[in-house]
Write a protein that binds this ligand. Structure first.
Ligand SMILES: *Cc1c(COP(=O)(O)O)cnc(C)c1O
Length: 408
């Protein structure tokens, strides 16, 4: 076997090309800072796509993981385990939910949610009531069912035939929803803030009306809180800030603080439709993931962490406004809490990736949400100093992109 150097070039040799990662390989992190193989330092505004809500290698998460690693890793669902029971109980006590299902990712949580919505309607109203309504630009994961409920055709193309009985309407458009919802609708699925779709918040009045329409038609309201959940908006879940309670809620990403876990939360009324043997996952609810997630939720669901999200957002927005005053590059800064989207001006539409790469070259990790929006989803406990340092790097990166454009 040849000894290949382990670097970015090896990625292209040995990985399926479905990703195109940045041209450096991170090797360690701490808080909101990350270092690559050459020991270059980066400030992390990406947070592993809204996952590392407590930054990198948070000492209490590390201690919890190590403690559990010395006890018990895996059992399968033939047996339950203490961390899973404690985490489910914690989620029950802190949310609308009565019953929890654990899995390993966001897409799996949504897969469970959509299957449960179908099954609940089937059990209570019959097979005709199977239609799912979702929104254009919505994102719910990459399994075949979740790309089908997702509102971006490009994620579905080439994988058809897709599951049927799914209709899409424009987000925040109540009349469009009214036109398609019926007694055949089993569920309406939405993100409180469309994340991948461009950081587009649901209008609170719209969300309330969706809830009413669902009630009128005996349809379940499913909130995909995989990106907005676990403190991101300054509430444990965004529905709490919206004042609209779903029937099913999906959580993943920040739930494990970087350890893979997903959860579907629902009520005593709906849960019985997932009776014994109807659904499952080998790893779902495994002790390692649940122990870490319990600690992550405990640490995040405190006044100290949730209470400073709005203040940290203000620092981000202030700094982005300064950058915009200088470069006139954003049409709008939007989102809620520490899910921040800055839409590029029309001239730069389609070129988000260029800014992402330029930021990385300056030592800053950011995200895009589609081709037109720069997105940030940092640690909820990122120090203000790191925010300001990172914004100085973003300013430099944008200056370079703009001057390269002028020179061309
Ligand atoms: C990331 C995301 C998903 C998919 O989660 P995976 O863990 O990648 O499967 C689903 N819905 C939303 C809103 C997301 O942001």
């Amino acid at each position: 076997m040849s000894k290949q150097p382990v670097n970015r070039a090896l990625f292209d040799d040995v990985m399926v090309p479905n990703y195109n990662p940045q041209q450096m390989v991170p090797v360690r992190g701490r808080g909101s800072r990350v270092w690559d193989q050459e020991d270059n330092e980066y400030i992390d505004f990406a947070g592993g796509i809204a996952v590392n809500a407590l930054g990198h290698v948070h000492p209490e998460l590390v201690a919890t993981l190590k403690e559990q690693a010395d006890k018990l890793w895996h059992l399968s669902n033939t047996f339950t385990n203490e961390p899973a029971l404690r985490l489910a109980n914690l989620l029950k006590e802190t949310t609308f939910a009565d019953k929890i299902f654990f899995c390993n990712s966001g897409a799996e949580a949504n897969e469970a949610a959509f299957k449960l919505a179908r099954k609940y309607a089937y059990d209570n109203f019959g097979p005709e009531k199977h239609e799912i309504i979702a929104f254009y630009q919505g994102f719910h994961g990459r399994t075949l069912f979740t790309v089908s409920v997702g509102g971006q055709a490009k994620y579905r193309e080439g994988f058809e035939p897709a599951p049927g009985g799914i209709t899409h309407v424009p987000f925040n458009d109540l009349e469009a929803l009214k036109a398609v919802i019926s007694d055949k609708t089993c569920a309406v699925v939405m993100e409180p803030i469309q994340g991948e779709g461009g950081v587009i918040p649901a209008d609170p009045e719209f969300a309330k009306s969706v809830r009413e329409l669902c009630d009128q038609h005996n349809a379940l309201l499913v909130f995909d809180e995989i990106q907005t959940g676990v403190g991101r908006t300054g509430h444990l879940y965004a529905y709490m800030g919206l004042g609209v309670t779903p029937d099913i809620l999906t959580s993943a990403k920040a739930l494990g603080g970087g350890f893979p876990i997903g959860a579907m939360l629902t009520t005593d009324r709906i849960a019985p439709s997932f009776g014994f043997g109807t659904h499952g996952s080998t790893y779902g609810g495994n002790p390692l993931a649940c122990a870490v997630a319990e600690k992550a939720v405990e640490l995040i669901n405190t006044p100290e962490v949730l209470g400073q999200v709005t203040g940290k957002r203000a620092v981000f927005v202030e700094e982005l406004d300064k950058i915009n005053a200088k470069h006139n590059i954003f049409t709008e800064v939007r989102g809620d809490g520490l899910l921040i989207g800055a839409e590029l001006t029309e001239q730069w539409h389609g070129q988000g990736a260029k800014f992402l790469a330029a930021a990385r070259e300056e030592g800053l990790m950011i995200l895009v949400a589609g081709p037109n929006v720069l997105r940030m989803a940092p640690s909820l406990i990122i120090p203000d100093e790191d925010i300001r340092d990172g914004m100085a790097l973003l300013d430099k990166a944008i200056s370079k992109v703009l001057s390269a454009d002028k020179a061309a």
